[in-house]
Design a binder for this molecule. Structure first.
Ligand SMILES: [Zn+2]
Length: 318
């Protein structure tokens, strides 16, 4: 555990150093806020570049997959603008791929990554399992005046309870204890040696890879071929450092995968099964003191994240 503390210290140092690099002293206020949380402050009017001003800094350690980004990585997130909400509003709630794509589009518009060496990253480098958390963060920034999404549940004491879909009420999947000791803190990957003399390096895939594999699945389906589902579950975790792969690249990986020995396959299948991250549940304390939990869900469908459910009633002038 003291190891963890050390890690946090160095991350804070990174952030401070990063801040010193930022232009001038006018950023001091942001600096103070940055080590804590997102500054919900009114933007200043010193610059005409309004798009810059709308971004809020976020500590990667808040993300479910935070520990898989280079230490000192900074996320910048801004509220969704009307045109982005308009595009998102056309999401097909019954089409899983469309939901993912619309969410990706939203992140492309609203999220920036800055690495500790100063390089800017693309939204494609965001971990796939951080998508939902970031979408709800964008939502919180967009609807600061309320418009909360609520999941209704009941406490064991009989009290009805509404749990808002906000970051404070999210419970992430725990990282499996058995994995922890194989985590390489410099490469942000798990390193495994197996009894059959193999070495594997695994890390959660990012959105770039997810998109490439989705394109592959769509193409296979269109051409009446059944994709190897076990391959699609495992292989994206075995491509650290990559945020793209071509169709032919995937075909070659399928071949390798199908020729794999039995122990390797069984091991990888089991290892990847332990790598479920992201938002698992919602929690809130009841008046009786009991903590109430319920499954993560979208009460008004995926579209309802940015489309106000009863806007007609809410906004009509009587
Ligand atoms: Zn209760």
């Amino acid at each position: 555990m003291s190891e963890n503390k050390k890690q946090e210290m160095s991350e804070e140092e990174y952030l401070k150093r990063h801040l010193n690099d930022l232009e001038t002293g006018k950023k001091q206020a942001e600096a103070a806020a940055m080590n804590s949380d997102i500054p919900f402050v009114a933007p200043t009017v010193e610059s005409s570049r309004t798009t810059d001003l709308q971004f809020f800094n976020m500590d990667v350690r808040e993300l479910p997959c935070g520990e898989f980004y280079p230490t000192g990585t900074l996320f910048m997130v801004r509220p969704a603008q009307v045109r982005e909400i308009q595009a998102y509003s056309m999401v097909d709630d019954n089409n899983f791929y469309d939901i993912i794509e619309k969410m990706n589009d939203m992140m492309q518009a609203c999220v920036r990554i800055k690495y500790p060496d100063g390089k800017m990253g693309s939204y494609l480098e965001i971990k796939d399992q951080d998508r939902l958390f970031l979408i709800f963060l964008i939502r919180e920034l967009t609807f600061q005046q309320g418009n909360s999404l609520v999941v209704n549940t009941k406490c064991t004491c009989g009290q009805d309870l509404g749990i808002e879909l906000t970051r404070t009420n999210f419970v992430s999947h725990d990282i499996d204890d058995k994995l922890e000791r194989y985590f390489n803190h410099s490469t942000k990957c798990y390193n495994f040696k197996t009894v059959n003399g193999k070495f594997f390096e695994l890390t959660p895939p990012n959105i770039g890879l997810q998109k490439a594999f989705t394109d592959y699945i769509v193409k296979e389906n269109n051409e009446k071929r059944t994709p190897n589902l076990s391959f699609l579950k495992i292989i994206p975790f075995m491509m650290p450092g990559r945020s793209s792969i071509t169709y032919d690249g995937i075909k070659a990986k399928v071949k390798e995968f199908e020729d794999m020995d039995d122990i390797s396959f069984q091991f990888l299948n089991s290892a990847v099964s332990k790598m479920t991250f992201g938002i698992k549940e919602l929690k809130k304390n009841c008046e009786c003191g009991e903590e109430v939990r319920t499954d993560m869900q979208f009460p008004t469908g995926a579209s309802g994240i940015f489309v106000i459910h009863d806007a007609f009633e809410a906004y009509i002038k009587e």
